[in-house]
Design a binder for this molecule. Structure first.
Ligand code: SAH
Length: 211
């Protein structure tokens, strides 16, 4: 947390700038999946955090699960550089970092369909996120999305995207971080089949025309 706050004073990585805000809003919030997932990804060897920003949920999970090989991805080089400095200073060995956009990297054969767990917090609405995340998951792998708002409408609007992207919603874990932080949730989807090369669509179509 202290290494993150140091970076956050230099760069605008997160609105959580105090010890309490960062501990609860970033670290405990990232770790909530460990309560919510049961044994879902016990067998997963590799996870990808898409749009990791200042390293959440990537870094708390990497520290807590040292046998999991963790990849953080973000479109912004300065954020990737900040997370790199944090991992170096804390000697976190199970994290690797990649700068790029999900729309492009989702076609990279070294990354595509290769993760047992794909996470994402505060990156986009569900239909867009599904198209960003699903190409990276192995068949049978899990997608986990952190959401702080009421998600019923967003989830209902993602039925077509789930179908086209071979992903199927199966549960929501709702939790309260206490201290007046209110309810948040993590949505879980399972990838049920491999995808044609058409996904993710290129040239901004994912965001401009959500499935
Ligand atoms: N997950 C972090 C950061 C959220 S901010 C947290 O919860 O604190 C959203 C991040 O997603 C930004 O850093 C942005 O650069 C990244 N992002 C948005 N769209 C992306 C895309 N298509 N591919 C890769 N990264 C993306």
């Amino acid at each position: 947390m202290q290494e993150f706050l140091k970076e956050n004073r230099k760069l605008n990585l997160s609105a959580f700038r105090t010890d309490e805000h960062s501990w609860v809003g970033n670290i405990l919030d990232s770790l909530a999946i460990l309560n919510g997932s049961g044994d879902l990804f016990i067998g997963a060897k590799k996870m990808l955090d898409l749009g990791t920003g200042g390293g959440f949920p990537l870094l708390p999970l990497a520290v807590s699960l040292p046998d999991l090989s963790c990849t953080g991805m973000d479109a912004t080089q300065k954020k990737i550089d900040a997370v790199e400095r944090i991992t170096r200073s804390l000697e976190i060995k199970n994290v690797r970092l990649i700068c790029g956009r999900a729309e492009e990297l989702g076609h990279d054969p070294g990354l595509r369909e290769s993760f047992g767990l794909v996470t994402s917090r505060a990156v986009a609405e569900i239909p867009v996120l599904l198209e960003y995340m699903a190409p990276f998951a192995k068949k049978g792998g899990i997608l986990a999305m952190w959401k702080s708002v009421k998600i019923a409408d967003e989830l209902a609007s993602s039925v077509k995207a789930q179908e086209l992207l071979g992903t199927s919603y199966f549960k929501t874990y709702t939790y309260d971080l206490g201290l007046g932080w209110g309810e948040r949730c993590i949505l879980f989807f399972r990838k049920t089949r491999n995808l044609p090369d058409t996904y993710p669509r290129r040239n901004g179509a994912v965001k401009a025309k959500p499935l």
